[in-house]
Design a protein around this ligand. Structure first.
Ligand code: BG6
Length: 498
């Protein structure tokens, strides 16, 4: 008998900014990610400084903006959904683009063609019995909020955002049951541009410190520089999220709304109490985002952390009640890797695009240096069960790799099969441990633009897309070996992983 429940939501995940393309078509406006330009297939572009932003605007005609092209899902969605259906998907995670519906973000009413586009996509999914799982905001902020305000640091964004979120529920509540509010909400504190549209050196002169380590609390001397701004932005996102959860509970009880955070499992380097304390503190920091969204209030320790580090949040009027009344229905998470912390964070190396860790000799790494650790997922799932007692949807997981078709046009991605197999096994074990995992949607089920690298070179898909970093290629889709493997996995409800 399968270890997975009968109605387990097998599927895959994407986001609008990374797949849709069709920027400026049918009145579509631009969001902050459309201003991130390509700098090389291994060069992370997660942070935005004033000079980069000015350059992006001044040289708009000559710079390369892969997010504006995506994989042209806008025109290929029927073909793409047919491929997902062929694999037997029961769930498809996608996001709605705020600026396709409200091109500048300031309109009172949405663009009818944008509205229709998503009706068409949902209809196509339902045709095959695929349940849409929709992220309301997957790292997309209409550019005007960067220009005119200070991204999510400004409370002015909240009413505009709420109008957009409310519209989503009113318009699509009968087509979409599962919703997520903000993608990886913790990223606003780790990568403030990506998560919050915050240009760092607007908050005083800024140089990336050598020992910079985005995950976990920042050293106190940095707090004044941008931790203040990013936690203020986070506060506003918590408010917008809780407001829409409350609204959906009142007006669309058939909908279930989850949070979404990047699960970051940490081990202490040694059994020394100092290392253990550091690992504990950073784990608490990782869980804090769920504490607020699922528990409905700020934990005491973070308030004293704010005080100690001179982080002065301007609390939104009535915020305590808003948070208590806007608790999510389920927890969702992305999980890619684990890392090792020490009491001396300066020793931690940067690996991959933005993670700092020590090397773990027991683990293998991906092409991009991410340490592959399915067991850590099982451990964390158990911890989440004990802490929140809510269903858990694993809405991102996977391995990014450089891939080129062989002479017969095939991609033999056995490393992806191995990665996913080991994680699915650990999810099955977690379910046996009593964790209520309701679904699994590996990231980038169809190749898409990498978020940290704004590059097509880092691929996650079961489906290959013939497009390169410069928009060359046919954009034809083809099946990788993992496509056929995942199809078997779904058909056997997770039993046949060979
Ligand atoms: C998550 C994001 O952080 O990781 C996705 O929600 C992203 O948008 C994914 O694409 C993988 O990261 P990357 O940088 O490899 O694309």
């Amino acid at each position: 008998m399968s270890k997975f429940p009968e109605n387990f939501l097998w599927g895959g995940a994407t986001s609008a900014a990374q797949i849709e393309g069709g920027r400026c078509l049918d009145g579509k406006g631009l969001c902050h990610l459309d201003y991130v330009y390509f700098r090389g297939p291994k060069t992370p572009c997660n942070f935005m400084l004033k000079k980069d932003y000015e350059k992006a605007k001044a040289e708009e005609a000559i710079l390369n903006f892969p997010n504006r092209r995506g994989i042209d899902f806008f025109h290929h969605y029927k073909e793409d959904i047919a491929l997902l259906a062929e694999m037997g998907f029961r769930s498809f995670r996608m996001s709605v683009s705020w600026t396709r519906l409200f091109p500048t973000g300031l309109e009172e009413t949405p663009d009818p063609e944008g509205v229709q586009f998503y009706h068409n996509v949902f209809k196509e999914l339902h045709k095959y019995g695929i349940e849409p799982l929709v992220t309301m905001i997957h790292y997309e902020l209409p550019i005007i909020f960067v220009e005119k305000y200070d991204g999510w640091v400004s409370p002015e964004v909240i009413p505009h955002c709420y109008r957009y979120l409310k519209f989503l529920i009113d318009e699509y509540k009968d087509e979409v049951k599962y919703w997520l509010t903000f993608n990886e909400i913790n990223m606003v504190t780790a990568v403030p541009w990506l998560g919050g549209g915050i240009i760092l050196d607007r908050h005083g002169e800024f140089e990336m410190p050598k020992d910079f380590r985005p995950f976990g609390p920042l050293p106190p001397e940095m707090a004044d520089r941008w931790e203040n701004a990013s936690h203020q932005a986070l506060h506003h996102q918590f408010i917008a999220s809780a407001m829409i959860v409350k609204y959906a509970h009142e007006t669309a009880p058939q909908c279930l709304i989850g949070n979404m955070f990047n699960l970051h499992h940490l081990y202490p380097e040694t059994p020394s109490p100092e290392d253990a304390l550091r690992a504990h503190q950073e784990t608490e920091f990782n869980m804090f985002f769920c504490d607020v969204m699922a528990g409905g209030s700020y934990p005491k320790w973070i308030l004293s952390y704010y005080r100690k580090n001179n982080i002065n949040i301007k609390w939104y009027d009535g915020y305590e009640e808003i948070l208590t009344n806007g608790k999510v229905d389920f927890i969702s998470l992305s999980y890619y890797l684990s890392s090792i912390v020490t009491a001396d964070p300066k020793r931690q190396e940067r690996i991959g695009s933005f993670i700092r860790t020590l090397h773990n000799p027991y683990l293998e790494t991906s092409d991009f240096g991410w340490q592959i650790d399915p067991t850590a997922l099982r451990i964390s799932l158990n911890e989440l069960r004990d802490r929140f007692h809510l269903p858990i949807y694993i809405v991102e997981n996977g391995i990014g790799a450089f891939e080129e078709p062989d002479s017969e046009g095939k991609i033999h991605d056995d490393y992806r099969i191995a990665y996913l197999r080991s994680h699915i096994n650990c999810i099955a074990d977690a379910i046996q441990d009593g964790v209520d995992v309701i679904g699994y949607t590996p990231w980038g089920c169809i190749d898409l633009v990498s978020c940290s690298l704004v590059s097509m070179s880092k691929r996650y898909g079961f489906v290959y897309v013939d497009a390169d970093d410069f928009g060359n290629g046919t954009y034809d889709r083809s099946r990788k070996d993992s496509f056929y493997w995942y199809k078997k996995v779904i058909a056997s409800n997770g039993e046949d992983l060979d």
